[in-house]
Design a protein around this ligand. Structure first.
Ligand code: MN
Length: 133
């Protein structure tokens, strides 16, 4: 059973890139184009990791992060912010909101793989063998 990553991203080309990178690594992908539907998917589908765009229509990524981390159903899911503003200050705000890590956009494949490995362990196709639960 491959691991599933929920991507919450409103920009179609950024979404397309994230889906391409994830599927090429063997992960399952769930897509949400706004925070509201993303929160609902996170609660019902319980993905193994969430990639969360910080700039979304309606509810912001920061507010969505706070909700995800205050809900016992989703608090333990690794949460990685997708941000175009990789400047000091924003980073602090992102971690304060509860994100476990962040990726600067445009996302680079090597950074992406490092982040997936950090939060999901070894290659997805290996399943959960050898990982602590
Ligand atoms: Mn956006």
């Amino acid at each position: 059973m491959s691991k599933t990553v929920l991507v919450i991203e409103d920009n179609p080309s950024n979404m397309k890139l994230a889906v391409l990178l994830l599927t090429s690594e063997g992960y399952g992908v769930l897509e949400a184009v706004d925070a509201e539907s993303g929160l609902e998917m996170a609660r019902t589908a319980r993905p193994d990791m969430i990639l969360l765009d910080m700039r979304l229509p309606g509810m912001s990524g920061l507010d969505a992060a706070r909700i995800l981390k205050s809900d016992p159903q989703t608090a333990d899911i690794p949460l990685v912010a997708l941000t175009a503003q990789a400047m000091a200050g924003n980073e602090e705000e992102i971690f304060e909101a509860g994100c476990d890590g962040y990726l600067a956009k445009p996302v680079r494949r090597d950074q992406f793989r490092i982040t997936l490995q950090r939060f999901l362990g070894t290659a997805s196709l290996m399943g959960s063998v050898g990982q602590e639960e």
